[in-house]
Design a protein around this ligand. Structure first.
Ligand SMILES: Cc1cc2nc3c(=O)[nH]c(=O)nc-3n(C[C@H](O)[C@H](O)[C@H](O)COP(=O)(O)OP(=O)(O)OC[C@H]3O[C@@H](n4cnc5c(N)ncnc54)[C@H](O)[C@@H]3O)c2cc1C
Length: 532
């Protein structure tokens, strides 16, 4: 039997200490041991039974229940005061064989994998690489769980790929304690697996695009994601180079994403006119004299075995590089200047982003490597249409100069998602992000709550449509925020699917304060349900 350890707690915190948050119980489920002779299907189903028992227990005690992944979100999206369920030990992985594919599928069976929720990006990459495969994209680093990633919409700068949820082709949800609450959902327009395969997991099959798309970025509130089916691809290499280019050139590329006639002039490589796999612009908002911006170009190239003999082992390089993730870059700059926050901000006015002109080549898992900083940090991240990226960056940077906070900016670009509440909703979304370290109230600078409110206001005042990264800091209380970002129809669509998948009592079990705040926990009234 899978077993759950229940710890009585008073509080918990995120990786970057964005809490602490009050908590009654912290639940950790471990799978049945392999030594008992159960096969992996039986161990998986046994874990499902255990999760259903825990859901029933929460419902019986009128408490809320929330799965958490690696606790990397900086918003309170993973928080629930009653029962939080840590699922990182639930990490079974299944390859899919030809006979298990749906008769009308367009997917190649060797690219599909059924992954239990708690698998972390790093361990998935290791598993895939042993089979000659790779994830299509990830975030800047690799510690999140697969269920945690898709629940907020984790992205890198996948201009042609999208976000993590965009290569998920099937979802195995547990929406309540009854046998019929174990579901396997995929798009009707893109079927993947045979019903008989899903029945190995005792799941009822639903093929429906609208349901799938709404459940895909489910904010932890569409039930318990027990497993996902991902589409991987053959191993490839990434050629990475960070250089400084004129500010106007960096912004023009951001606004147009037109690389057709662009030559990045990378030593010993010809990427003239090639569209990058990933394009990222870094910006220190305080140094207005800087006329060159640091940009990260990553190009996809064909995989070959002995790339390390040509380019060296990428890992030691990546470890010493500063342009890994934005918080880490900030920390590296801040190391050299005074610790006191106002002095640090002042010093940023003349601080120049460092140089890093060195080629690295490696697999996705080697380029998007471990997070280099674990202390107190904040991150705010806005999605805007890429054609408005330079305008949004300038507005947010000007606001930051007026109300200084200890952070720096970056922009990343993502292809549109089909997920109903995915923040990469524009044809190409530019994520304008500011990351940095937290400050204390007595430091005489604007509070994070007030600063993030002003960020929303400045975009609204300038008629720039935007979204917000669900897993990052924001003024989530801002009136009518979710409808402003997604429009009434999308919000209704998402709620309609929630009504369809979860009974009203189960919607309460799978809600949290965050969902209440963003006005998504209230079930859709029946009349509205009918007319959407
Ligand atoms: C160092 C660092 C780097 C980051 N880099 C990036 C980046 O490059 N790009 C980016 O987009 N984001 C980035 N983020 C944000 C972070 O990746 C996301 O917030 C992500 O969702 C966190 O995943 P997690 O596994 O930690 O999930 P958690 O933060 O623990 O949970 C996130 C959500 O998933 C839900 N959830 C988890 N498991 C389940 C389940 N089994 N069933 C149902 N719901 C579930 C939770 O309830 C919660 O709502 C970064 C964060 C950090 C700390």
């Amino acid at each position: 039997m899978a077993t759950t350890k229940i710890d009585e707690r008073t509080r918990w915190d995120t990786l970057h200490k964005n809490g602490p948050f009050p908590l009654k119980r912290f639940l950790t489920t471990k799978l049945e041991k392999t030594s008992t002779g159960l096969n992996d299907f039986a161990r998986y189903n046994d874990a499902a039974t255990e999760v259903q028992r825990l859901i029933q227990r929460a419902a019986d005690t009128h408490e809320r229940f929330r799965a958490i992944g690696s606790k990397w979100s900086m918003s309170s999206i993973a928080h629930c005061e009653d029962r939080m369920h840590f699922n990182s030990f639930m990490n079974l992985k299944f390859s899919i064989f030809e006979g298990e594919m749906h008769e009308n599928t367009a997917y190649e069976h060797s690219n599909l994998f059924w992954l239990q929720c708690g698998n972390q990006i790093k361990e998935i990459s290791i598993f895939l690489e042993q089979r000659g495969k790779s994830l299509k994209t990830s975030g800047a680093s690799n510690g999140q769980t697969i269920a945690g990633c898709i629940s907020t919409g984790v992205h890198g700068s996948g201009i042609a790929i999208g976000s993590v949820q965009d290569y998920v082709v099937g979802l195995n949800l547990i929406t309540g304690p009854r046998p019929e609450d174990i579901l396997y959902i995929e798009r009707k327009s893109k079927p993947a697996l045979r019903d008989t395969y899903a029945q190995n997991f005792k799941a009822i099959v639903i093929r429906d695009d609208e349901i799938f798309n709404a459940a895909l970025v489910g904010l932890g509130s569409m039930g318990f994601i027990h497993g996902v089916v991902i589409e991987a691809e053959n191993l490839y290499l990434l050629h990475r180079y960070v250089k400084k280019i004129p500010k106007a050139e960096a912004l023009q590329l951001a606004d147009s994403l037109d690389f057709n006639n662009y030559d990045p002039k990378i030593p010993n490589a010809d990427f003239n006119g090639v569209h990058p796999f990933h394009y990222k612009v870094f910006m220190n908002p305080y140094n207005t004299n800087e006329d060159m911006y640091a940009v990260e170009f990553i190009y996809k190239i064909k995989y070959y075995e002995n790339y390390k003999s040509d380019f060296g082992n990428p890992i030691p390089f990546q470890k010493e590089f500063v342009y890994l993730d934005l918080i880490y870059l900030f920390i590296k700059i801040a190391e050299k200047i005074p610790k006191a926050i106002p002095k640090l901000i002042n010093a940023l006015k003349t601080s120049i982003l460092p140089k890093e002109e060195k080629t690295t080549v490696g697999k996705l898992s080697e380029i998007f490597w471990d997070a280099g900083f674990q202390g107190r940090a904040f991150a705010c991240s806005f999605g805007v249409d890429h054609t408005q990226s330079s305008k949004a960056l300038e507005l947010l940077a000007a606001l930051t100069r007026k109300h200084p906070v200890p952070g720096i900016f970056a922009m990343r670009f993502i292809k549109s998602t089909e997920a109903t509440l995915g923040f990469s909703k524009f044809p190409f979304t530019c994520m304008v992000e500011i990351d940095g370290i937290q400050w204390d109230d007595d430091e005489n600078i604007i509070s994070l709550k007030e600063y993030s409110k002003k960020m929303i206001e400045v975009l609204k005042d300038n008629n720039i449509p935007f979204t917000l990264h669900w897993g990052k800091n924001a003024n989530w209380e801002f009136p009518n925020l979710t409808e402003h970002m997604y429009g009434t129809e999308r919000v209704k669509k998402w709620k309609k699917v929630r009504n369809r998948l979860l009974s009203v009592p189960m919607q309460e079990v799978f809600s949290n304060d965050f969902l209440d705040t963003v006005k998504l926990s209230e079930p859709l009234p029946l009349d509205d349900d009918l007319i959407v």
